[in-house]
Design a protein around this ligand. Structure first.
Ligand code: HEM
Ligand SMILES: Nc1cccc2nccn12
Length: 287
C-alpha cells in the first residue's frame, strides 16, 4: 500500500548533499575516471523502479535495496559499488533513512554532473526484510518498444516521461560483468546532457552480437545502444520525443527533472510540511 512519509526531521540535508558531492568529486578514478555519478543515479532509479501501481507495492520508501534478496537481483549487478560508496556517508549521518540516502545520492549525482535541479523530499522510513519486493520488476534491455511502454506504464509513466528518464543513458557505460552489454562511453559519460538523443538520431548503428553472445547496437565512434534504447527511435511516438529532446536540451532537462522526482517518490504520500528541497551545487556554494 501507499506509504506516508514521516514529518521532516530538523536536519541539515544540504550537509548530506555536500558530503556526497565532495566524495564524488574526490573519488574521480572509479570506472576508468567516469566517477561514481552514473552508478549513484542508477541506484536511485533501481531502488525506486520496483514500484507497481497495480497494487502499490515496491518503490523507494523502505530502502529495501539494502537486503540481499534485492541487492542480488541480477538487474542490480554492479550497484554494490554505489552502496559501498554511500556506506561512510550513512555512518557520518546515521539519522538518515536508507531510502532517503539512496534517492538523495541520485539527486546529488545528477546536479553535480551539471544536470537539472531535482526537487527532493525527505521522510522515507526503513522497512523490514519481509517487505522486499520480488526480483524481476526492473526492465530487461533486450526488449522492444511495446515492452518498454508496458513497463513504464506499470511505473505510472507516459511516453514523454519514459523517453526523458531513459535520457539518463547519456551517463556512464554498460559493463560485460554486470549486464552482458559492453559500451565504450558516450561522448560525455559524467556530464548530464541530451547527448543520448543526439547520438541515437545522428550516428550510424549496426546490430552486433557481442562476445558475451548478447545483441547490442554499435556505431563507428565506439558508442553503443541497448535494444531498448534503439526502440525509442523505431517507435514513431517515442521517436517524436527523441527528436524534441535532441533539439532542445532545456526541454529535456525540464521533463527529466519532473519525471525523476516522480520516480523517486512513487508510492509515497508526503505531509505538506515536508517541502521539496532544491539543493545548491558545490559550485553554487563556492565549495
Ligand atoms: C528500458 C529501461 C532501461 C533499461 C532496459 C536499462 C538498462 C540498463 C543497462 C543494461 C545498463 C548497464 C548496466 C551495467 O552493465 O553496468 C544500464 C546502465 C545505466 N542506466 Fe539504465 N536502463 C533503463 C532505464 C534507465 C533509467 C530510467 C535510468 C535513470 C533515470 C537509467 C540510468 C542508468 C545509468 C546512469 C546507467 C550507467 C550506470 C553505470 O555507468 O554504472 N537507466 N541501464
Ligand atoms: N551509457 C549508457 C548506459 C546504459 C545504456 C546506454 N545506452 C547508450 C549508452 N548507455
Amino acid at each position: 500500500g501507499v506509504h506516508v512519509a514521516e514529518k521532516e526531521a530538523k536536519r541539515d540535508y544540504q550537509e548530506v548533499y555536500n558530503a556526497i558531492a565532495t566524495k564524488i568529486r574526490d573519488e574521480d578514478e572509479y570506472d576508468n575516471y567516469i566517477g561514481y555519478g552514473p552508478v549513484l543515479v542508477r541506484l536511485a532509479w533501481h531502488s525506486s523502479g520496483t514500484f507497481d501501481r497495480n497494487d502499490n507495492s515496491g518503490g523507494s520508501f523502505g530502502g529495501t535495496y539494502r537486503f540481499k534478496k534485492e541487492m542480488n537481483d541480477p538487474s542490480n549487478k554492479g550497484l554494490q559499488n554505489a552502496f559501498d560508496f554511500l556506506r561512510p556517508i550513512h555512518e557520518q549521518f546515521p539519522w538518515i533513512s536508507s531510502g532517503d540516502l539512496y534517492t538523495l545520492g541520485g539527486v546529488t549525482a545528477v546536479q553535480e554532473m551539471m544536470g537539472p535541479k531535482i526537487p527532493w523530499r525527505s521522510g522515507r522510513v526503513d522497512q523490514p526484510e519481509n517487505t522486499v519486493p520480488d526480483n524481476g520488476r526492473l526492465p530487461d534491455a533486450s526488449q522492444g518498444a511495446s515492452y518498454v511502454r508496458n513497463l513504464f506504464d506499470r511505473l505510472g509513466f507516459g511516453d514523454r516521461e519514459t523517453v526523458a528518464l531513459i535520457g539518463a543513458h547519456a551517463l556512464g557505460k554498460t559493463h560485460y560483468e554486470n549486464s552482458g552489454y559492453e559500451g565504450p562511453w558516450g561522448p560525455s559519460p559524467n556530464v548530464f546532457t541530451n547527448d543520448f538523443f543526439v547520438n541515437l538520431l545522428n550516428a550510424h548503428w549496426t546490430l552486433n552480437t557481442n562476445k558475451k553472445g548478447v545483441k547490442q547496437w554499435d556505431n563507428d565512434q565506439g558508442h553503443m545502444m541497448l535494444p531498448t534504447d534503439m526502440a525509442l527511435v523505431k517507435d514513431p511516438k517515442y521517436r517524436k520525443l527523441v527528436e524534441e529532446y535532441a533539439k532542445d536540451q532545456d526541454v529535456f532537462f525540464r521533463d527529466f527533472s519532473k519525471a525523476f522526482a516522480k520516480l523517486l517518490e512513487n508510492n509515497i504520500k508526503f505531509p505538506d510540511q515536508n517541502k521539496p528541497h532544491y539543493f545548491k551545487t558545490l559550485d553554487e556554494q563556492d565549495l
